[in-house]
Design a protein around this ligand. Structure first.
Ligand SMILES: Cc1cc2nc3c(=O)[nH]c(=O)nc-3n(C[C@H](O)[C@H](O)[C@H](O)COP(=O)(O)O)c2cc1C
Length: 353
């Protein structure tokens, strides 16, 4: 089977993975309305191409938090890469390094942070934190990531409790049977999280805690999971350095807006003061172009990275990233954009907004 677009990887990954693993990756919360709308919403926007511009050279490079990446297409944090490929996050890290992109490593990585860094020492990486009830453990994780060269701290805000994923319950999905959450073992006690449903995510984490993070780390702080102008304004007020517009791939609050639909309200509220990124439903080069046209600095991919891993490990992740980058390059040329700086709101048909 030739793999020419991201959904080809999806189809092959479905064949390769066990039903339980497939359901875990693909699943959305409750009725899956937001998960599906993430993709459908992109298709409601139409593009306004400009012609007779010299697009013989198109440059997809950009920067995030001052670091250059080869295209505005990066890797979102997803847990447990070893359910898709034996080398797990180490394969992902090597592919990210090879394609010069940013890889956000999850708190729920199934390889240690040290192994991930050692296997791809030159890669650009950010560390994603699910704030734990144990503040000492939060501090240890952040300071460990910082000393290992992670370049930003991504704090996920949309999981005060876990969303309900029906198929995981039906399948009695039990990640601890196969995987150790190595980075959540506190060094002394070597404890494992006993159960996903009973994990020690901190439900009382709120805005006031951000100053604690700012005191213990020099890293820029990015909030992941912002969907409203009110929270975007609070993020600026609390002096974070960036936000990721995201609904967790539709895995948390079902019937929250599609990411691309929430983007405009957030971008308008931010007024260019901090960088805004997006994840959720990005599957084509046009999706990337639309996201940038509506004001985001880059996109992050969740499930497509896991499909790449499940199909071909490190090579599959590289292919997924390269296919999307090539599509984005084509989209830019067809729309008349020679550089990322030339992508703006005029590319989007206003009647659809
Ligand atoms: C299998 C899976 C595991 C995920 N694990 C995490 C995680 O550990 N931390 C986190 O912040 N988000 C996690 N997410 C959410 C992603 O970071 C991202 O928001 C979402 O997958 C983007 O949507 P997409 O899959 O349509 O690209 C996970 C998503 C999936 C599908």
């Amino acid at each position: 089977m030739s793999l020419v677009c991201l959904t080809d990887f999806e189809a092959l990954a479905r064949q390769r993975l066990s039903k339980t693993s497939w359901d875990f990756i693909e699943g959305g919360a409750d009725e899956g309305i937001t998960r599906d709308d993430n993709i459908a919403a992109f298709k409601r926007f139409r593009l306004r191409p400009r012609y007779l511009r010299d697009v013989s050279e198109v440059d997809t490079r950009t920067t995030i938090q001052g670091e250059e990446i080869s295209a505005p297409i990066c890797i979102a944090p997803t847990g447990f890469h070893r359910i898709a490929w034996p080398d797990g996050e180490m394969s992902t890290a090597r592919a990210a390094q090879a394609t010069s992109t940013c890889y956000i490593t999850s708190t729920y990585a199934s390889c240690t942070l040290e192994d991930i860094v050692a296997t791809a020492p030159r890669g650009l990486r950010w560390f994603q934190l699910y704030v734990q009830t144990d503040w000492e453990l939060n501090k240890q994780l952040i300071q460990r990531a910082e000393s290992l060269g992670f370049k930003a701290l991504v704090i996920t805000v949309d999981v005060p409790v876990h969303g309900k994923r029906r198929n995981d319950i039906r399948n009695q999905m039990d990640l601890k049977m196969n995987l150790m959450l190595k980075d959540l073992q506190s060094p002394e006690e070597k404890k494992f999280i006993p159960d996903m449903q009973l994990s020690s995510i901190n439900s009382s984490f709120c805005w006031n805690h951000l100053s604690w993070f700012q005191r213990i780390t020099q890293l820029p702080i990015i909030l992941k999971g912002i969907l409203t102008k009110e929270d975007a304004e609070l993020a600026v007020k609390h002096k974070v350095q960036g936000i990721i517009v995201s609904n967790h791939g539709g895995r948390q609050l079902d019937e929250s807006p599609a990411s691309i639909d929430a983007l405009m309200e957030v971008v308008t509220a931010i007024k260019g003061k901090i960088e805004v990124y997006l994840d959720g439903g990005v599957r084509t080069g046009n999706d990337v172009l639309k996201t940038l046209a509506l004001g985001a600095k880059c996109v992050f991919l969740g499930r497509p990275i896991l499909w790449g891993l499940a199909c071909k490990g490190e090579r599959g992740v590289e292919e997924v990233l390269n296919i999307l980058k090539t599509e984005f390059h084509t989209s830019m040329a067809l729309a008349g954009c020679r550089s990322v700086a030339e992508i703006n709101r005029d590319l989007i048909q206003l009647s659809r907004l």
